[in-house]
Write a protein that binds this ligand. Structure first.
Ligand SMILES: [Zn+2]
Length: 435
């Protein structure tokens, strides 16, 4: 058996009281900082590769019961997620991401204690308690990045089309070292949002990790970093064509644990419980509802991700009830689920991913047929040709299929496609091919 970890958690009673007193957007919420700086605890698990994920985290989630609602293999990692139901029926969450070598990154959210568990392939384990964003601190920044790369407009639509929001997770080297396996950590971060969206009945919107980039300089989780984010991670943006860019940095010395553009596509994050909050700001969401319907519906609610000292894996929605049978939101003042549905098209169409593997699939004397692997968010493809006589690429066709047949007997022309998404953004060119 593995050793148990003795971690004492101190409830943040003062924060909970503060949250209950309905905080307005910029309102200062004066409360003493709770003594939550619990040192990381470490221990060793023997024969780690033979242990199930349930055995690895059992001691940390007790007495909660894990209700698994997601399990997928992504990029070679096994990503599992679900709620943690406490004896009093209040709800926490658990995300586990396990690599092939047996190492584990888990985000554990048990009411009153939350943090990240890392187990390496040798069984060395460390649990670090982490903070929630404080909804009394203003961390939403009125967007400027829309100016740089905006979809045709910020008009909102809500439909049931599947919307996949592709995310670049950017790290400073220092923070990548802290999380040990930034790829696993990034997958876990995406899943914190996906779980909350599922719990909140936003079933057609999901986050997908497009790629990660690590930069050498260190940055604070600050507004200044937020404003520079698209520059800091420009090469990752170039490579992965993400819709949303999330920077992960050390929180030490930072003015807050995160900032998010509202509405927008960028956030800076320090810790495991920040991104699901900042993406809420990206989706045009505010903190706690001021209870005045004139302010709109895009607010959090008690114990939802945008509001409160203790969050739980929910965005506000009137359609889901809490452990006391009360709605987790209000249709007029606290419906972040609606905000996500209505902003999903914008959030998922900042960029179009290029088609890949463009190749010749057949030819006759007079014709060449090409095929390609689809782009995630293409609604059509534009086919281009460049010839020795006309080296500037010419658009020669539009197609919704994944093949194109060109009348061409010369063998000296090059072809490629660009993907076009539903916001009419065009991707970078695919690779090129010829006869
Ligand atoms: Zn916030």
């Amino acid at each position: 058996m593995h050793d148990t970890v003795d971690v004492r958690f101190i409830r943040r009673a003062s924060s909970a009281l503060c949250a209950a007193s309905v905080v307005v957007l910029l309102g200062a919420c004066a409360h003493p900082t709770p003594p939550d700086s619990i040192e990381p605890k470490s221990w060793v698990i023997e024969n780690v590769a033979a242990k199930t994920t349930a055995e690895l985290y059992a001691d940390l989630i007790a007495p909660a019961v894990f209700e698994r609602s997601g399990s997928k293999v992504i990029d070679g990692y096994t990503v599992e997620s679900g709620n943690l139901r406490m004896p009093d029926k209040s709800m926490g969450s658990l995300i586990t991401v396990r690599a092939k070598d047996g190492s584990l990154t888990a985000i554990i959210e048990v009411p009153g204690k939350q943090g990240i568990l890392r187990v390496n392939a040798d069984g060395k384990s460390i649990f670090t308690r982490e903070k929630y964003p404080d909804s009394s601190v203003e961390d939403s920044v009125i967007s400027t990045d829309n100016l740089l790369m905006a979809p045709s407009s910020s008009k909102t639509t809500a439909d049931n089309e599947p919307r996949v929001i592709e995310v670049l997770a950017g790290f400073s080297r220092a923070y990548a070292n802290v999380v040990v396996d930034p790829h696993a950590f990034s997958l876990a971060e995406m899943e914190t949002v996906n779980l909350a969206l599922r719990n909140s009945l936003v079933t057609n919107v999901s986050m997908k990790l497009a790629g990660i980039q690590i930069v050498e300089p260190n940055y604070l989780a600050s507004k200044e970093t937020l404003h520079q984010l698209l520059t800091i991670f420009s090469s990752g943006i170039d490579q992965y064509a993400p819709d949303v860019v999330a920077g992960f940095f050390n929180g030490e010395g930072s003015p807050a644990v995160g900032y998010g553009n509202m509405p927008g596509r960028t956030s800076v994050n320090a810790g495991s419980f920040v991104f699901r909050h900042e993406i809420g700001h990206n989706a045009s969401g505010f903190h706690c509802s001021p209870s005045d319907p004139a302010s709109g519906y895009g607010f959090g609610y008690n114990t939802s991700i945008m509001c409160g000292a203790w969050y739980g894996p929910y965005y506000s929605t009137p359609l889901v009830r809490d452990e006391n049978g009360q709605p987790r939101g209000d249709a007029l003042t606290a419906d972040m689920a609606r905000a996500f549905r209505e902003n999903a098209m914008r959030l998922s169409t900042y960029t179009a991913s290029p088609a890949t593997n463009f190749r010749k699939t057949g030819s006759t004397i007079t014709k060449i047929t090409f095929g390609w692997d689809q782009s995630n968010d293409a609604v059509r493809y534009d086919v281009y040709r460049e010839t020795p006589a006309q080296p500037q690429p010419q658009k020669i066709a539009e197609t919704v299929s994944l093949t194109y047949t060109a009348a061409d007997s010369s063998g000296r022309s090059m072809y490629f496609v660009k993907a076009i998404n539903s916001a009419a953004n065009e991707s970078k060119p695919s690779n090129k091919a010829s006869r």
